[in-house]
Design a protein around this ligand. Structure first.
Ligand SMILES: NC(=O)c1ccc[n+]([C@@H]2O[C@H](COP(=O)([O-])OP(=O)(O)OC[C@H]3O[C@@H](n4cnc5c(N)ncnc54)[C@H](O)[C@@H]3O)[C@@H](O)[C@H]2O)c1
Length: 442
């Protein structure tokens, strides 16, 4: 009886602190997911501490400067200079936080296996300070079981009991950077707890800042829901990429086919082909599930097939480019080729896993002299897999007229002006944004 009362008191006290906005919220990992969360909690009246290992990031935030283009410095300054948000590299300060939200990277290793080192390092840091009354929520995308296997075991090894002393949950992030219609506040938030008290605590925390919380029965269901969402996209993009190759051979424009198909008011959802997959999620997350599924002796064949089709796209585009240059009586060897767009989607500055890097390297391998233009990415920073060492050329018709071929990889609004291509002898368009005799779709 005494123990039940104590458990209830610990949970109730946390719920009260959340309700009265006296709870201090810590967010670990101040990237595309973590920074908007810090801002949201601050804007909803909480004291927030954002933690990152990169001092340059915490220092910029402390000065009121944003390092993510679609998150304005005005909003950052309001929260970090004029408001109740702080940024820090001192992880001992986690001890002050009532709720800790983890948004660190979950990349793939060189053999396309899950790389959980950032999650593990973070779990260790939290273990060092974990105390009664704290709620921890993992938001990083990962395979089902991670919250229990990587966090719960470490935390309980400190002698505390989940659901009684502390609370632990998983809640996937559904951030769509740059999307003005759907933001952290109005995207429904799925939450799954390790146990019922943890679900209650996490649900209350997010309920204080987002419009809709969707409670599920376990952390594993919440982890799996995120993977299903991303696998759904990866598989459908692969399907439409395959359709592109098939219809192209038949002389049929896949883009016109999609426009026609999407007039069906039910049972169809349009996906669009492209030069390959990009971004932190769709090219990587599905393989978290294939890896974990193998442990159970099951093979996620759709995921592997989608990966195979999608990763073949940059080679397909380069082959089409090479053929088109050839048909104009030139050789890809020594051809001047301009790739348009380094970021992986329109009008943002996020170039992680962008297929443009592979396009550039494959064109270079074939002997082309490659430049790129991207108003959002003035110079190409070194990546885990790529180091192209280029800077963006100007976005102008004069500049575009200097190349033997232009390959459109990203549909930035700035590239949609037909006048830009007036002097271009050959345009390979993977995004269906320009028309004309010089245009070849790929
Ligand atoms: N970007 C998206 O649109 C998106 C959407 C949904 C889910 N996710 C998932 O959210 C997670 C974070 O993604 P992101 O896009 O914000 O990544 P990001 O690379 O933009 O940010 C991660 C941040 O974590 C910091 N970091 C790395 N190791 C750390 C550590 N040990 N302790 C503290 N900070 C550390 C990095 O310096 C960086 O600032 C990933 O699991 C990702 O799959 C991302």
């Amino acid at each position: 009886m005494t123990s039940v009362t104590t458990e209830t008191n610990v949970l109730q006290s946390l719920l009260d602190r959340i309700e009265t906005r006296t709870a201090i919220v810590g967010v670990i990992g101040l990237g595309y997911v973590g920074l908007p969360l810090v801002l949201l909690f601050e804007e909803c009246g909480f004291n927030v501490v954002g933690f990152d290992v990169e001092a340059a990031k915490t220092e910029a935030l402390t000065r009121g400067e944003s390092y993510i283009r679609h998150i304005g410095s005005d909003r950052v300054a309001k929260a970090f200079v004029g408001g109740k948000a702080k940024a820090s590299c001192d992880f001992d300060r986690l001890a002050q936080c009532d709720a800790i939200i983890v948004c660190v990277p979950t990349p793939l290793g060189v053999h396309r296996e899950p790389d959980l080192k950032y999650v593990r390092m973070t779990a260790e840091k939290i273990s060092d300070v974990l105390r009664a009354g704290q709620l921890v929520v993992l938001e990083s995308t990962t395979y089902p079981g991670t919250t229990r296997e990587e966090m719960l075991t470490r935390f309980e090894a400190m002698g505390l009991t989940c659901g009684a002393d502390f609370f632990l949950a998983f809640s996937p992030e559904r951030e769509d950077p740059g999307n003005e219609r759907f933001t952290t506040k109005n995207i429904p938030k799925v939450v799954g707890g390790i146990d019922a008290p943890s679900l209650r605590a996490a649900s209350a925390l997010y309920g204080a800042v987002v419009e809709q919380v969707v409670e599920v029965s376990s952390a594993e269901v919440a982890e799996s829901a995120k993977l299903l969402e991303n696998i759904f996209r990866a598989v459908n993009i692969a399907l439409v990429n395959e359709m592109k190759v098939v219809f192209d051979r038949m002389g049929i424009d896949v883009w016109e086919v999609i426009e026609a198909a999407k007039t069906k008011p039910f049972g169809y959802m349009p996906f669009y082909p492209g030069p390959g997959l990009g971004g932190h999620c769709i090219p990587l997350d599905p393989f978290y599930l294939t890896w974990k599924a193998a442990e159970y002796g099951v093979w996620a064949r759709f995921i592997e097939l989608a990966g195979e089709v999608n990763t073949s796209m940059p080679r397909y585009v380069v082959q089409k480019t090479s053929d088109a240059i050839n048909q104009r009586g030139k050789s890809i060897v020594g051809a001047k080729v301009l790739v348009l767009g380094l970021s992986y989607k329109p009008d943002i500055d996020d170039d992680r896993e962008s297929p443009s890097f592979e396009l550039i390297e494959l064109l270079q391998e074939r002997g082309a002299v490659v430049s790129y233009c991207d108003p959002f990415v003035p110079f190409a920073k070194k990546k885990r897999k790529h180091d192209i060492g280029l800077t963006s050329v100007p976005c102008s018709a004069d500049e575009f007229g200097k190349y033997d071929a232009i390959v459109i990889s990203t549909a930035h609004s700035a590239f949609k002006d037909p006048a830009l291509f007036a002097n271009a002898p050959l345009v390979i368009d993977t995004r269906n944004i320009v028309r004309g005799d010089a245009v070849v779709r790929a």
